[in-house]
Design a protein around this ligand. Structure first.
Ligand code: URA
Length: 274
């Protein structure tokens, strides 16, 4: 991606980069000390790792919190006693999509316009996971299509990814009325669908956006601030998982966009080392 284009996407994130006055076009940019310097941006992921970049094994592991320890381990898909939807081995994308569309496992099926399965490349390295569909997503049947979705697209573009190159899904496939938080039981009923999506996709990295998605995926009540900047592992497949702020939160709290940018760069480093 050209530096001009990257600057445009960082600007869309609300992150300015400064060019030294009087320098001819195309000469290296200089950033304010507190701004993300373009020269510090890692190259796209198909280039060799920078020698000073931390190896995956060197990146901090999640803290071993009581909340994480106390929760039951996930069962293997199809394990004895596991009647969760979509858990049987051999379910393919169309079958899984059909099961989600027909789901009546919780009361959200009574209020949804339609289910919101997920969107993107079925061979993507990146799986982005949000909380639940909002009003616009419920109307269009696609995740992250509202204002938060536009910011998510800009966040992805800032690290050299298009929406079409990643896969985007939510913990919940149906909209909670009034955009309330998902209940624990709604999340528990719906998570097996996401687990099956992960089994089909086999992503190299998961990026959980927001507290609700992060806490549900990691089965913890640890705050988002404490979950950031660590490599977590999701479920049986142990996919590396990095958390960051929800784009809707960033729209309300633009001061934290800089931290989100750090998280995105961190996630890209992790992905490059998988
Ligand atoms: N917020 C989410 O978490 N997911 C969406 O799909 C839209 C908004």
């Amino acid at each position: 991606m050209s530096s001009a284009l990257r600057r445009e996407y960082l600007a869309a994130l609300g992150l300015e980069t400064w060019v030294v006055r009087g320098k001819p076009p195309g000469s290296p940019e200089t950033a304010r000390p507190d701004a993300p310097a373009l020269r510090d941006l890692p190259e796209p992921r198909d280039t060799p790792a920078r020698p000073d970049a931390p190896a995956l094994r060197d990146l901090p592991e999640p803290r071993d919190t009581p909340e994480l320890r106390d929760l039951p381990e996930p069962r293997a898909p199809g394990a004895a006693g596991d009647s969760s939807p979509g858990r049987e081995a051999g379910v393919d994308w169309p079958e899984l999509r059909a099961r989600v569309a027909a789901c009546t496992r919780c009361a959200l099926c009574n209020t949804r316009t339609q289910t919101v399965f997920g969107v993107g490349s079925q061979t993507a390295d990146w799986l982005i996971v949000g909380e639940a569909p909002g009003a616009e997503e419920d109307r269009q049947g696609e995740p992250f299509v509202g204002r938060a979705g536009q910011l998510l697209n800009s966040m992805l573009r800032a690290i050299g990814l298009t929406r079409e190159q990643v896969y985007i899904a939510n913990v919940l496939k149906c909209r909670p009325p009034g955009n309330r938080d998902p209940t624990a039981s709604e999340a528990a009923e719906c998570l097996p669908y996401l687990e099956q999506q992960i089994a089909l996709l086999k992503p190299k990295i998961m990026l959980a956006v927001g507290r609700i998605a992060s806490q549900n995926l990691l089965r913890t009540e640890v705050t988002l601030g404490r979950l950031r900047q660590q490599v977590h592992r999701f479920g049986l497949s142990q996919v590396p998982l990095v958390v960051t702020y929800h784009p809707a939160y960033l729209l309300r709290t633009p001061a934290d966009k800089r931290k989100a940018w750090e998280d995105l760069k961190f996630a890209r480093e992790v992905c490059a080392r998988v």
